[in-house]
Design a protein around this ligand. Sequence first.
Ligand code: CA
Length: 199
Amino acid sequence: MKRVLTIILAALLLAIPCFSVCEEAEEIETIVTIVTAPEQTQAQRPPCFPDPADDYIPLPESENLAQGKPVKSGAHTDVYVDKNVNDGRTDTYWESKGFPAEITFDLQGLYSVSTVAVCLNPSSIWEPRIQEIAVQVSLDGESFTEAAAPVKYQFDAATGNRIRIDFDPAKAAFVKIVFTLNTSSRTGGAQAAEICIYE
Ligand SMILES: [Ca+2]
């Protein structure tokens, strides 16, 4: 009997703190604050992280006369058709089938052009390469004159995988870009994700 009383007493002593804690818990006021997170539409970069684009070769801020305009090239490789070269996206590209590779833009108007930019995908998986490029202009799409002679340009992801060709202003309704070398093409053709033309 004494042992039974001892067990009952011990159980009561253990239960008292529990009742006390439970009573206190019921008295705690629950506060929940709902915070609406801002909509994230693109990758976020903390301000302390350097922006790789700061080292990109700068392009003119004026209108890109090539974007969305009719464009025509010779034979292309696989699915890399000429319309990929001015769709405003650097994740699509045109690749010629062999050299020389020519691609011609109909600007649908007469302009005084002075800059052409040739861009590859800026991702570093596009290894550095050299492409030799010239620029020709025309008023009628038939007779072309040279605005920028062939030069070997270095493409490197560190500078945005893009190059800029500046030349004396030339009247043009049509602009032809002529590639004669690509040191990295596995298929032996020219490559361009975007070609931009500026006054
Ligand atoms: Ca493109």
